[in-house]
Design a protein around this ligand. Structure first.
Ligand code: DX5
Ligand code: ZN
Length: 213
């Protein structure tokens, strides 16, 4: 299992050392939640802060957009060259076009599905995608409870990925901890995002290792 700590739960007063700490603890990606106060009822960080994160991070960035105007934000973050840049399918009229735009920057393209969104929605996009991010909480905040229906969704998605001969990875975001990690592994998940679980631990390394099932 690959592990992407979400810096939403980090201490933003010492963001520099928090980023260094999770990278030293051998996380696989640094997950960054970009919220615009419209698509979700919360507001986080823009490219100025993400540029600063990139300077200290020794692991690739995984940017999760929770915004209304996806194209504007994709352009705004394109120079940062994260490993993955993902947008919500619920907010995009032209997902195929936006995937191509993300890939034209040399960035891995990801689509995010809210807890209620069916995986069938994205079947015909799978061959173009590098990542599918399944939300296991309603987006907007860290520290919420895991919605277990994501397990069945992940299994269905895995079948579709095989059927469409796609290379897309499955990532799950929200409420991940050492109690649900085995079920996530069994459901075919490749990457987990963990905010509160990692950043509230005494040892980031132990927390990350406990998710490596
Ligand atoms: C929620 C964010 C998540 C969040 C996860 O909208 O997308 O990345 O930070 O935090 P935890 O692991 O605390 O649920
Ligand atoms: Zn996220």
């Amino acid at each position: 299992m690959l592990v992407a700590p979400s810096i939403l739960s980090a201490n933003f007063g010492k963001l520099d050392s928090e980023i260094k700490a999770i990278c030293d603890a051998e996380c696989d990606f640094v997950h960054i939640d970009v919220m615009d106060g419209h698509f979700v009822p919360n507001l986080t960080i823009g490219p100025v802060v993400v540029d600063a994160v990139k300077k200290v991070a020794t692991k690739p960035l995984d940017i999760h957009l929770m915004v209304e105007n996806n194209t504007f934000f994709v352009e705004l973050f394109s120079h940062i060259k994260p490993k993955f840049l993902s947008f919500h399918i619920e907010e995009e009229k032209h997902p195929h076009r936006l995937i191509q735009k993300i890939k034209s920057y040399g960035i891995g393209a990801g689509i995010v599905l809210n807890p209620h969104t069916k995986v069938d929605e994205i079947e015909y996009l799978l061959e173009d995608l590098d990542l599918v991010l399944l939300m296991s909480v309603n987006p907007g905040f860290g520290g919420q409870s895991f919605i277990s229906s994501v397990l069945e969704k992940s299994q269905k998605l895995k079948e579709l990925i095989v059927k469409r001969n796609s290379k897309a990875l499955i990532e799950v975001d929200g409420g991940v901890n050492d109690k649900n990690i085995k079920a996530l592994k069994n459901a075919g998940v490749d990457i987990v995002v963990a905010g509160n679980y990692v950043f509230s631990a005494n040892s980031y390394k132990d927390a990350i290792n406990s998710l490596r099932v």
